[in-house]
Design a protein around this ligand. Structure first.
Ligand SMILES: [Zn+2]
Length: 304
């Protein structure tokens, strides 16, 4: 659950290009390894390094998968109840809540002229200002068009392949993390993703800051409201936070490395370990202050 059933969502917030939405269709985007977005250009959620680069046969995109719910999100995703009932409406609702919180968070970070990111739900593949992308890469944020891209089938993989639990906050954490990259685009911090490598490197610091920003939003989530003042999200429970932490652990580099190669190599980390990701989400959640998310000044990323 987590959403207040009676809250009113704004589904126009999200572009859905899956079925007749007028945008990208499968087949246009990806071939072999050729169309993959350069890591430098797009900020990708955890598991991409595995699946995105390895098992993306070019003919996979020939099959168009219909939206699981069939109908337009503009008709379906209008209430908190819809966000409790389906993954794509949960993306819509989470973005509505994130938009509401980050007006305040951006002020705290002294971001002048805050603008919300774009958001697109796609299936299989899509084309972005960062290049073409495959669903196998996982959700990502493209700084070039300031847009979050998500194929909701990722949420099933997060549970089946990576071991997150099935709670709503596991999914909401993913959306909030990508939104965190948009905040970094506005502050300029996103540029640090290219500075240094390994467990204390720039890429890991960028990713852990996005996790911390996700935690800050979680702290404020139940205070965010729709246009009529109804709260989007009910006060979070311990079980909700456990779900978010299960997702943070699932996409930790050490966990993914262990699962895919059988050993752990911190020099190859891009997103941080499971423990680091949980620690920074928790730091943001406990404080509710985006100012605590300065991973770039942290002496030891294991202890925010
Ligand atoms: Zn990220």
């Amino acid at each position: 659950m987590s959403f207040n059933d009676g809250s009113k969502l704004d589904p126009s917030r999200v572009q859905d290009v899956r079925s007749g939405g007028g945008g990208s269709r499968a087949g246009m985007a990806i071939g072999g390894g050729g169309g993959i977005i350069a890591l430098i250009l797009a900020i990708i959620f955890g598991p991409q390094a595995l699946s995105g680069m390895v098992n993306t046969p070019s003919d996979q995109q020939v099959t168009q998968v219909q939206s699981t719910d069939g109908n337009d999100i503009n008709q379906r995703c209008t209430t908190g109840a819809s966000a409790n009932a389906s993954d794509d409406c949960r993306i819509v609702g989470t973005l509505n809540s994130l938009d509401a919180y980050w007006v305040e968070g951006a002020t705290q970070l002294r971001i002048a002229g805050f603008t919300a990111p774009g958001a697109q739900i796609f299936a299989n593949g899509t084309t972005t200002a960062c290049g073409s992308a495959s669903s196998a890469m996982g959700p990502f944020y493209c700084p070039g068009d300031s847009t979050i891209y998500i194929d909701p089938t990722f949420f099933g993989e997060l549970v089946r392949n990576y071991g997150a639990d099935t709670g709503a906050l596991a999914q909401e954490y993913v959306v909030a993390h990508e939104y965190g990259h948009h905040i970094q685009n506005l502050t300029g911090a996103i540029r640090n993703s290219q500075v240094g490598s390994g467990s204390q490197g720039g890429s890991v610091r960028v990713e852990l800051q996005a996790d911390c920003f996700a935690g800050v939003w979680a702290n404020h989530a139940s205070s965010t409201t729709d246009a009529s003042g109804a709260r989007f999200i009910d006060p979070l429970t311990d079980a909700d936070i456990k779900s978010a932490l299960s997702a943070a652990a699932a996409v930790g580099d050490d966990h993914i490395q262990q699962q895919s190669t059988g050993y752990i190599n911190p020099e190859g980390w891009t997103h941080g370990s499971s423990a680091q990701r949980q620690a920074w989400f928790t730091a943001g959640y406990r404080s509710g202050d985006p100012g605590v998310c300065d991973t770039f000044s942290a002496r030891d990323l294991n202890h925010p």
